[in-house]
Design a protein around this ligand. Structure first.
Ligand code: HEC
Length: 116
C-alpha cells in the first residue's frame, strides 16, 4: 500500500517536468518572431551568428560606450569587421545588407536614410 503515494508522486513529477520543458523551448526562430524582425533581418541573424561572433558577442552592440551612433557609421563598421573576417561581402551584397538590417532592427534602431 505504501507504493501508491510514491507512484502518484512520481507521476506528478513527470507531468510537471514535461510542462516545464515545453515552456523552456524557445528556439531562435521564436525569438525573432517575438521581436518582429523582417525576413531580411532574420536572415541576417543567421549570417551574423555564423560569422560574426568569433571576436565579440552581441554585448559590443549594447555596451554603454558603444561607438556607433548612426546608420552610416553602422554600415562602415560592419564593412570594416567583414574585411577583418576575410569574407568577401561587398557593401551592397544581400548578406551585408541583411546583417546590417539585423543589427539595426534588433540593437541600434537608427532611422534609415531615405535612399537606403
Ligand atoms: C576579427 C575580429 C572581428 C570580427 C570577426 C568581427 N568584428 Fe565587429 N568588432 C571587432 C572589434 C575589435 C570591435 C570593437 C572596436 C572598438 O571597440 O573600437 C568591433 C566592433 C563592432 C561593432 C561596433 C560596436 C559598437 O561599439 O557600437 C559592430 C556593429 C560590429 N563590430 C559588427 C560586426 C559584424 C556584423 C561582424 C560580422 C560580419 C563582426 N563585427 C565581426 C572585431 C571583429
Amino acid at each position: 500500500m505504501k507504493m501508491i503515494p510514491y507512484f502518484l508522486g512520481s507521476l506528478l513529477f513527470v507531468t510537471a517536468s514535461l510542462a516545464l520543458a515545453e515552456n523552456a523551448t524557445v528556439s531562435p526562430t521564436n525569438v525573432s518572431e517575438i521581436e518582429n524582425l523582417t525576413e531580411e533581418a532574420k536572415n541576417g541573424e543567421l549570417l551574423h551568428n555564423a560569422k560574426c561572433v568569433v571576436c565579440h558577442s552581441h554585448l559590443v552592440y549594447i555596451r554603454e560606450n558603444r561607438k556607433i551612433h548612426n546608420y552610416d557609421s553602422l554600415k562602415i563598421q560592419v564593412e570594416r569587421c567583414t574585411e577583418s573576417l576575410g569574407i568577401e561581402w561587398w557593401p551592397d551584397d544581400d548578406e551585408m545588407l541583411a546583417v546590417i538590417a539585423y543589427l539595426n532592427e534588433k540593437y541600434y534602431k537608427f532611422e534609415k536614410p531615405a535612399d537606403e
